[in-house]
Design a protein. Structure first.
Length: 519
């Protein structure tokens, strides 16, 4: 199973290049102004020719390399970004230190733009390296010549402006990272769960999505179960907890479920303005200081998706919006999965009696037989048939016949375990699979069913119908038959032998104890 991608650490290449284009154009325009000025200004002519050439070669090379960096592998960029940062710092320092002061209106904006470009391409720390180196060179050449407070303040204002511009770009990038990541998380989560109709896959995917998209100390998925909320997923401060329940009434989750709407509590240090709701500590012995939860409704299933933090004001409305989007996607898939599961389950059942149909019962019987061989345990099969069933239909109508079959299934279920299987083999014939059950124990089940049917009162259209009798045949796997087909054939033959003995019989007849050997 694929996991939800974590938060990206940098902008995508296309996004980064789009942000850089206007700044690159501005940089080239400012360099062009300097080039033009150098041809007409007497002040430029006083500069050494090699310095002039180095400054402009650096300008064009720096801009080009920063743009081309988006085409380089991340591993390569990580190794050389500090070299670029040092070169840019030295170049900017030379630019603002050696060019005449009358060109500060061009060089200062150029410095700020290149700092912003560095922030986009290389991140915070290489950008501060550029600012530190360029500022150091600038202060070393100009501070000794500064006599007044305003001149010194002017020197300090340049790095201050550069830091403000860099932080603005970095913070904007962080916001963009978060928004892009959340969109990617929702899209990936939606893509993965939409391809699945398995309820068991939704919870792990939700876990990955929340973990990667929201910075939370605690999160859980709770499903309403009577008066309790059962937490199918519960993570708290680095640890997963299992088999946890919380009261539906009086808890924050219960409020969300009862009102069927989101609840956003950014600061739990403040008193709760929710009638009858109290804080409930679960998981770690800590109190959450921020909490938000949204309803998770999928057909008949009602649940809650909640996250919490030990820091107040850890979440904002964008976090709440993301949580709601995840809940909506999960609820839709859960609804489809539940519906699919219901349809799939119905396809296994007989429409009248609700027991397994012939095809599915046979598959289940084969699976239980394989497990019996692995565990070296017996498996008993009872084939059961209603005696003179056609006469009931002819005498009392098909409604009476249907009622007899329904009552028979109820009688069988009242005497078997939850792991046993009942299937309608065809018409009025049924099969009972009893895993880990010996022949003598199977015979006791058959006797109880026989007795229950004999005492049954059947009412159809306010008329009492005589209770029917049943004939039963028992066979044991693998003692009597080591293949499923042979087991079924043996039980079926014994069923008809019971009928030939006068009906309302169980075969083998244990009156002489000949069936006790299968205990």
């Amino acid at each position: 199973m694929n996991s939800i991608p974590p938060l990206p650490q940098k902008l995508s290449n296309s996004t980064g290049r789009a942000l850089m284009v206007p700044m690159l154009i501005a940089t080239l325009m400012l360099l062009g102004v300097l080039v033009t000025a150098s041809t007409v200004s007497n002040e430029f002519r006083e500069l050494p020719e090699n310095v002039f050439i180095l400054i402009f070669l650096w300008g064009f090379a720096s801009v080009s390399l920063m743009y081309l960096s988006f085409f380089w592998p991340t591993s390569t960029l990580g190794r050389i970004k500090w070299v670029f940062a040092a070169i840019n710092g030295i170049g900017l320092g030379m630019l603002i230190s050696y060019l005449p002061g009358s060109f500060d209106t061009v060089t200062y904006p150029l410095l700020v733009i290149i700092v912003m470009l560095t922030a986009i391409v290389y991140g915070r720390y290489p950008t501060y390296t550029v600012i530190a180196i360029s500022t150091g060179i600038h202060l070393a050449t100009h501070l000794p010549l500064s006599d007044t407070f305003f001149e010194v303040a002017g020197l300090i204002s340049l790095p201050t402006l550069s830091i403000a511009a860099a932080e603005t770009i970095i913070r904007m990038q962080q916001v963009s990272f978060t928004q892009i990541s959340r969109l990617e998380t929702i899209n990936e989560f939606s893509r993965q769960i939409s391809a699945s109709l398995d309820i068991e896959q939704v919870i792990p995917l939700l876990n990955e999505a929340i973990k990667n998209a929201i910075r939370a100390d605690t999160y859980y998925v709770g499903i309403l179960d009577g008066d309790l909320v059962k937490l199918d997923l519960f993570y708290d401060d680095g640890e997963y907890f299992f088999d946890v329940t919380i009261p539906a009434r009086g808890s924050l989750s219960g409020w969300v479920l009862q009102n069927n709407r989101p609840l956003f509590l950014p600061d739990l240090r403040k008193p709760l303005d929710l009638e009858g709701v109290e804080k409930v500590i679960i998981g770690q012995d800590k109190t959450s200081l921020a909490w938000m939860g949204v309803p998770l409704q999928a057909g008949e299933v009602l649940g809650v998706l909640a996250v919490a933090s030990y820091r107040p004001n850890a979440f904002d409305r964008s976090d709440m919006e993301l949580l709601e989007n995840l809940a909506q996607q999960a609820a839709l898939v859960l609804h489809n999965a539940i519906h699919h599961q219901s349809v799939e389950e119905q396809s296994k059942l007989d429409s009248l009696t609700g027991v397994y149909n012939h095809g599915y019962f046979l598959k289940a019987l084969e699976e239980h037989a394989r497990q019996a061989l692995i565990d070296s345990t017996p498996l008993s099969l009872i084939m059961l048939d209603v005696d003179f069933f056609k006469q009931y239909n002819d005498s009392y109508g098909h409604l009476a016949g249907d009622e007899i079959l329904i009552q028979l299934v109820g009688a069988i279920r009242s005497h078997i375990k939850s792991g046993d299987l009942v299937g309608r083999w065809g018409g009025e014939e049924f099969a009972i699979c009893l895993p880990n059950t010996t022949g003598s124990l199977a015979r006791q089940v058959a006797l109880r069913v026989q007795e229950t049917m004999g005492n049954m009162q059947i009412q159809v259209r306010e008329k009492t119908v005589p209770s029917p009798t049943v004939s039963q045949g028992i066979a044991v796997f693998p003692i009597e038959a080591d293949e499923i087909i042979r087991l079924i054939d043996l039980a079926d033959k014994r069923l008809y032998k019971a009928k030939t003995r006068g009906r309302n019989q169980i075969e083998p007849d244990d009156s002489r104890g000949n069936f006790l050997k299968y205990c």
